[in-house]
Design a protein around this ligand. Structure first.
Ligand code: ADP
Length: 190
């Protein structure tokens, strides 16, 4: 069973590549950012908590994220492989994911890191701010998210590197070329 983690800074293209990967490899796409936005939209208890962090560009507490993720995974068929998009974002989440996978009798197959330099990230996020109107896509919040990424999220790479599950992908260029590089790695695993 294939379980993929897609990793990268805000604006690195995780959502775009996840959709392509989910379709080609028949995986369930779980974006913790989307789970948060749905919870906010539905005004649930978790949504109210999530909003207070997202609007500041900070990470939502692990407990809140894990509750939402558990509920989503429980709704999937038993043998369904998953692509995790935007999760894990802290080492504590990476540790929790090991247990979650164990409880489903499976494990993470690989972490794909979409590598994009910071000037390009900023340019993409500002462009997205114009087209999608996400409340956290403004200069101040973007800067904070990139900072949070470097401090809290980058250590996740080392966690997977030590477990020999780390694969860097050049995340710049044509979307289909990037997807081609992703497929080369995933096809090796099958
Ligand atoms: P991006 O990667 O472009 O920042 P996401 O949709 O993945 O977009 O995340 C948006 C926001 O949702 C994050 O800035 C963070 O506040 C929150 N979030 C999403 N996933 C997580 C997570 N795994 N842990 C903590 N917070 C999260």
């Amino acid at each position: 069973m294939l379980n993929v983690v897609i990793f990268g800074a805000p604006g690195s293209g995780k959502g775009t590549q996840s959709k392509l990967i989910a379709e080609k490899y028949n995986l369930a796409h779980v974006s913790t950012g989307d789970l948060c936005r749905k919870a906010i939209h539905n005004n649930t208890h978790e949504g109210v908590i999530a909003k207070s962090y997202i609007d500041k560009g900070e990470l939502v507490p692990d407990e809140t994220i894990l509750n939402m993720l558990d509920a989503f995974l429980e709704s999937l068929p038993r043998e369904q492989g998953v692509i995790f998009d935007g999760f894990p974002r802290t080492v504590a989440q990476a540790e929790a994911l090991i247990e979650i996978m164990q409880s489903h009798g499976t494990k993470v197959s690989v972490l794909l890191n979409l590598e994009v330099d910071s000037d390009e990230l900023m340019a993409r996020l500002l462009k997205r701010a114009e087209t999608e109107g996400r409340s956290d896509d403004n200069v101040e919040t973007i800067q904070k998210r990139l900072e949070v990424y470097e401090k809290q999220t980058l250590p996740v790479i080392e966690f997977y590197r030590q477990r020999r599950l780390y694969k860097p992908i050049v995340g710049v260029g044509d979307i289909n070329d990037i997807f081609g590089r992703v497929c080369e790695v995933l096809n090796e695993l099958k």
